[in-house]
Design a protein around this ligand. Sequence first.
Ligand SMILES: [Zn+2]
Length: 472
Amino acid sequence: MEEFLLNITFHGAAGEVTGSQHLFEVNKHKVLVECGLFQGRREEAYNKNRHPEYKAEDLHAVVLSHAHLDHSGKLPRLAKLGFTGPVYATPTTVELCAPMLRDSAHVQQKDIEFVNKIHRRKHQPLFNVLYGLEETEQILKQFSSRPLHSRFEAAPGVAVTFLEAGHVLGSAQILLELEERGKKRKIGFTGDLGRFNLPLLKDPEQLSDLDALIIESTYGNREHDPVSESGSELVEVIQSAYQKRGKVLIPAFALERTQELLYLLAGLRASGKLPSDMPVYVDSPLAIKCTEIFSKHAAEYDDETRALIQSGTNPFDFPGLHYVHSVEESMALNVPGRPMIIIAASGMMEAGRILHHLKNNIEDSRNTILIVSFQAEHTLGRRIAERMPDVAIFGERMPLRARVKILNTFSGHAGRSDLIKYAQTVVKNSPRLKKVFVVHGEEDQSLPFMKELKSWNSFECLYPRRGQSVEL
Ligand SMILES: [Zn+2]
């Protein structure tokens, strides 16, 4: 068989958006970039997550771009399967992974109990949990933090540098400088690429001088509404609920979306645009832990956020903001006719305390459900976003009478024109660029983006499928 030098195999987020895993083989060393969970339909995802197509114990190291579970969530599984090497990530990502992965272990446990209950009833074989707290604590010990812009060796012949990605706090793009028997390649991986002017975050940096680019394409065929419209849209939703003495329920991801909302609400509060007697509650233990980590990393905020703090407004501690810790405190929010804003996980309304708030408030037309993130197919969030006349919550059908408002200004991912602009700059600054791999996107988003890239006629453009290997 012909021997390849410098090989990459796409094991996840290839032709889809979840399960990011890209395996580099250099000098017989295997370095895995990302170790994400496949998400989606429960059983299908479970089967994809259980057995990676590589041997965990053969991996030399893992390099991680950011703390989202579709990039990091399978790491404890690797520990369970015998991986003992280092996991390299930025210091903030290392910190955020602790609560994120512990929460994931908890969710895995709940999920498996649910699946096994059904299997037991149908006399089908039972599943084992993907991982538990023990493996999670083990992998957290294997983390090794590396700051942005500092070049380090992840394996012999694999030098790595992290650059700002502007997607979530701590997120990085990954520059890999590979060398095997005199053959050298510079590979850029965008990870999840953020947007310009996002609240809190610095703008994404630009990779250059590459031989190959691996670029995400979540929104390769879609534009977002401008970030700058978020504030005025929020004010409209909040004021109109307040006038009806209703609540505003905001299902939000614990990492980043919650903190972005707080940043905006702090600014609105400071400028008197929020009703002074309308409190804001953050009702998610994981979101509270993530927010505590955000508070410790002010140096990573963008200039606007630092200016806001300088002017005396703390986005995570402003008048009328309350963090809800206990279940009792959460239940105490269930008072009809008292205007308030509740931010709670999970973002797609599949789990977490948001479910209780929906159950208590969905039938009351004074209330508003404000959707600020993508809602995947087959989730409660999608059914509410589509304004179904009634939806099932905890197995009970309930009429959807609350107002449903969707804001498309929030997204941590570059939209189509941002991606094109980014790629144009990479091409301009990379005279040797030979290959572009389009990953982390479904066909309806990735293929139109590829069509644009191909029309430039200056490099080979691929949309790798899961399991596909390519020589770099
Ligand atoms: Zn992400």
